[in-house]
Ligand binder design. Structure first.
Ligand code: FES
Ligand SMILES: [Fe+2]
Length: 420
């Protein structure tokens, strides 16, 4: 449970807010490389931490991230012409380079004026199929994070985004909440649920497939330099004698990233607040054996193939109460949620909590420990940053962080499974 004041601190991320200051100390994905794939292609509107920006790729292939409003009189540069190494405002033709310099000012021939004006820009980098931005103070810019997936060919990965009208914390808490996996995702986690028997889903790609029917996993939570690990330890039926158990270890990387494992695939998920009530979830998935992931299968598993819930062109989740988040109650005798796809099930839960969940009314149980740790670390970071210090997890080496889903003998320490 949180007080209303703590919840406000946790959830508000705009300029000048304590949590906004925490998020501004990290690099975040802001759009997919494929959204601005070619030189001189259409510019893309970017919203992050309550700021409206525009990303574009110039004729030479260089990317820029400008404030969306033109410095002349505020017209959106996303409507502009992207040509000859610059983005030109449609209204009076001012033209900007990727670094914000004014290249042309047709309605003001006195170019001395142009030298004194610059479009506001933010540092932008490309890697792993994403464009990443840093919105914080220049003297506090951390090194670009070396995620392991940046080394993997993009065509071997699945890189995607889904935007939803919900606060980032609900999305992040869903990822830190292991006890829902065996219940909300019953169809994937324990396909025999309707007969009361446990049939393991043997799909090695599926992050919601549990190797065990234990619905009350033992949870261990341990702080790390990047945030914390939580381990969910589940008893494996028939293995009581040798103590074999299923171990799922998930790293929560501050401020809002996690790695969800399936036995074969790592899903790195970034919850990027667009504003207080809208979140872009970026994901990069790759196989541990180096083979390309099966895009089609992962899409179907997640439920993104359903045009009633996901608009491929705009990357938007479009489930609402009007379409009941895709729930078909007629199918609930053999389908636990009546909602198709793991991600769509998660989305319905987060959306149904409201745009910003009221955490003053909850009743938490031990299974919520990782959710609580998430909030505590973020609030601690907000306190540290407000006092001029550094947030938890800034400038850590992320290259060795990994998640695991494995069935191991009882004498194996879970911590040893995730140290490189
Ligand atoms: S508003 Fe952009 S050039 Fe005038
Ligand atoms: Fe889930």
């Amino acid at each position: 449970m949180l007080s209303n004041a703590e919840n406000e601190t946790l959830c508000r991320v705009g300029p000048g807010t304590p949590m906004g200051a925490v998020f501004r100390r990290f690099w975040h994905p802001v759009c997919l490389s494929e959204q601005i794939a070619r030189p001189d292609c259409d510019p893309v509107r970017v919203e992050i931490l309550g700021e409206r920006l525009v990303a574009f790729r110039d004729t030479a292939g260089k990317v820029g991230l400008l404030e969306e409003g033109c410095p002349h009189r505020g017209v959106s540069l996303a409507l502009g012409r992207n040509e000859d190494n610059g983005l030109r405002c449609l209204y009076h033709g001012w033209k900007f380079a990727t670094d914000g310099t004014i290249l042309d000012m047709p309605n003001c021939p006195d170019l001395r004026l142009a030298r004194n004006i610059k479009a506001k820009t933010y540092p932008i980098r490309e890697g792993g199929g994403f464009l990443w931005a840093y919105l914080g103070p220049a003297d506090r810019m951390p090194p670009f994070p070396k995620w392991r997936f940046l080394e993997i060919p993009v065509d071997h990965m699945r890189v995607n985004r889904i935007d939803a009208d919900v606060n980032y914390m609900q999305q992040l808490e869903g990822g830190a909440d292991t006890s829902h996996v065996g219940i909300l995702h019953s169809n994937f986690a324990r396909p025999g649920w309707m007969t009361g028997s446990f049939n393991a889903n043997t799909d090695q790609d599926n992050p919601a497939a549990l190797a065990t029917g234990d619905l009350a996993p033992t949870l261990a939570v341990e702080d790390t330099p990047f945030g914390f690990h939580y381990a969910a330890i589940r008893q494996v039926e028939g293995n009581e004698a040798d103590g074999k158990r299923n171990v799922r270890v998930v790293p929560i990387v501050m401020p809002s990233t996690r790695i969800i494992p399936s036995p074969a695939v790592q899903f790195i998920i970034f919850e990027v607040p667009m504003n207080d009530t809208r979140t872009a979830t970026f994901a990069a998935s790759y196989r541990l054996d180096g083979a390309p992931v099966d895009q089609w299968k992962l899409n179907e598993m997640s439920g993104r193939h359903n045009p009633a819930l996901f608009d491929e062109a705009t990357h938007r989740y479009i489930g609402t109460w009007e379409n009941r988040f895709g729930q078909d109650r007629g199918r609930m005798s053999e389908d636990w949620s009546g909602i198709k796809g793991v991600v769509m099930e998660d989305m319905a839960m987060a959306m149904s909590q409201g745009a910003i969940a009221d955490r003053s009314k909850e009743h938490l149980v031990p299974a919520d420990q990782a959710v609580v740790r998430c909030r505590r670390q973020l609030l601690e970071s907000a306190r540290r940053v407000a006092e001029g210090g550094d947030p938890i997890g800034v400038e850590v080496d992320v290259s060795t962080i990994r998640a695991i889903d494995a069935t191991v003998p009882g004498n194996v320490r879970w911590q040893d499974l995730v140290t490189a």
